[in-house]
Design a protein around this ligand. Structure first.
Ligand SMILES: NC(=O)c1ccc[n+]([C@@H]2O[C@H](COP(=O)([O-])OP(=O)(O)OC[C@H]3O[C@@H](n4cnc5c(N)ncnc54)[C@H](OP(=O)(O)O)[C@@H]3O)[C@@H](O)[C@H]2O)c1
Length: 346
């Protein structure tokens, strides 16, 4: 660095000097902001204490509504929010699974529960009526838009069946919007300056929404939609006293991901939800995105690295994603063929 400064001061040409100085200043600025944003990830992930949920009315009889609450990440949101002091409304498809989760919450965390069971892909008006009825008179302060569906295996857009396409868009987008309309109105009426508590709406995004993902095109587009919708809602509801956040995740072990073993980059739902709730209101890996959080530490580093050094819309990232999904598709087809052969033999 001292060599560069020496060269600038020795050089005779004013224009060259000016250009070198500007390039040098931009370089120093970029290095400083990159270092600061990296430091911020480390700070959020490992140093700052967890967010205090009393600002959302914990342990005061308030309720959280969670969709897709009978399994995976949603079930874990239900357990951890009950542990933090909220009564829970569990919304999902399979009634028997919801009853099991409700019983566990009542016995383990001594919190009240309500269950609402429907197949959300129908988008039937009765579903939202049933939800509204269940919520009547409840002081709801939190909504977790967790329900979601991906492709059964990676598949090109042209080979995606209309049925799968409609079910992904209905569940991930239409249902999320309609459920939010029902619940957000309630939250707004229950929070604000006069009540001295805030509301919270979290929506599950995905790396597939952050990065265009070949062979998961419909899922990728549906999650990208949630990014902008949730960001817009965040601006609208901030003055009403409601924090709105999109939660970005890479892989987590679950029925949807079909991954059973955890690793450095793949947490289980318990680890993932714990990182999320600890960091509400912070960006962690989503440093450049308002009202967005990439909470799990290894996911945060991946998000930051891709966004900072390669670009989420770059050709390179698109190609890496395509190759990864081609390989997953090949393995899934091989497995399906093996299972079919075993079935025929038995
Ligand atoms: N797992 C990952 O790697 C990953 C990565 C990024 C983002 N995400 C996002 O995280 C969210 C949760 O994923 P997950 O992996 O926890 O999924 P999961 O384990 O498959 O659980 C999905 C939940 O949604 C419910 N559900 C599914 N279809 C439904 C329908 N038609 N109607 C009503 N409820 C329905 C399920 O109910 P039943 O129990 O009745 O089936 C279950 O409670 C999703 O939005 C997903 O896109 C996941």
């Amino acid at each position: 660095m001292s060599g560069i400064l020496q060269y600038i001061s020795d050089c005779d040409c004013t224009i060259t000097k000016g250009f070198i100085f500007i390039a040098f200043a931009i370089g120093v600025f970029k290095l400083t902001t990159t270092t600061l944003s990296f430091a911020s990830i480390i700070f959020d992930s490992y140093i700052l204490p967890g967010v205090n949920f009393s600002k959302y009315g914990a342990n005061k009889g308030n309720w959280a509504v969670i969709t897709g609450a009978s399994d995976g990440i949603g079930k874990e949101y239900a357990f951890q929010l009950a542990k933090k002091g909220f009564n829970i409304v569990l919304v999902s498809r399979t009634e028997s699974k919801l009853e099991t989760v409700a019983t566990e919450i009542q016995t383990k965390y001594k919190k009240q529960t309500k269950i609402v069971a429907f197949d959300a892909t129908t988008d039937a008006p009765e579903n939202y009526v049933a939800l509204s009825k269940a919520l009547e008179g409840l002081p709801v302060t939190i909504l977790i838009n967790n329900v979601g569906q991906s492709h059964s295996i990676p598949v090109s857009f042209l080979d995606t069946t209309d049925e799968e396409m409609m079910s992904i868009i209905t569940l991930n987008n239409i249902v999320t919007l309609k459920v939010t309309k029902v619940v957000a109105r309630l939250i707004v009426s229950n929070v604000g300056k006069s009540k001295n508590i805030r509301g919270l709406i979290l929506t599950m995004g995905s790396f597939a929404g952050l990065i265009p993902s070949p062979l998961l095109g419909v899922y990728s587009g549906s999650k990208a939609f949630l990014q902008n919708w949730s960001g817009a809602l965040a601006g609208e509801l901030k003055p009403e006293g409601v924090d709105v956040e999109l939660v970005i995740s890479y892989l987590v072990t679950s029925a949807m991901s079909k991954i059973k073993r955890t690793s450095f980059s793949i947490p289980n739902p318990k680890q993932f939800v714990s990182s999320t709730l600890k960091n509400i209101g912070r960006r962690v890996g989503a440093q450049e995105r308002y009202a967005t959080i990439t909470p799990y530490p290894s996911h945060a580093l991946m998000h930051w690295g891709i966004e900072t050094f390669i670009g989420v819309y770059s050709k390179t990232v698109n190609k890496i994603n395509l190759d990864m999904h081609l390989s997953i598709r090949k393995r899934a087809l091989k497995k399906a063929a093996r299972l079919e052969a075993e079935k025929k033999q038995s």
